[in-house]
Design a protein. Sequence first.
Length: 182
Amino acid sequence: MPSALLRPVRALVALLLCCAATLAPAADERSEINRLVAAGETTEALARLDRLLQQSPREPQLRFQKGVVLAESGRTPEAREIFTQLTVDYPEIPEPHNNLAVLHAAQGDYDKARAALDAALRANPDYAVAHQNMGDLYAQLARLSYTQALRLDPSNAALPPKLSLLRDLVKPAGTAAPRTTP
């Protein structure tokens, strides 16, 4: 996955779950799901989420949490489907747009990642994580462009220092987790 684009995801999930205290699922059950995820028991966590979603199928926090668990479990197509549907059902919530962007960037689809981050920032212009991810995305694109320029013109002395700086900022795809919102 592209460098800093997919950092810790659980922080937002915890925040959203805290905000959802008045919604259908009991706080105890949400806490237990978080504990199961932290313990690596994603199958049981997903089963509990599915039971809660049967009771409240449109509950955005539960759907979002399921998407996060799926993404962290490597079930990217399912996570992408959930985040995409959340962006359709609740376009005003920036977190699904952000996490969708992270999944797109991880697959090298930077145009879709940029569009999703733009949507997240339209939904909430003060959403710091989306701004950080947009910066990381542009740094990744710059790194790729400079690398290609150096391949085409190996004698260009201006490129190696720029690439060196960008390598410090953005690790090559697959070396770090992107910054999603949990």
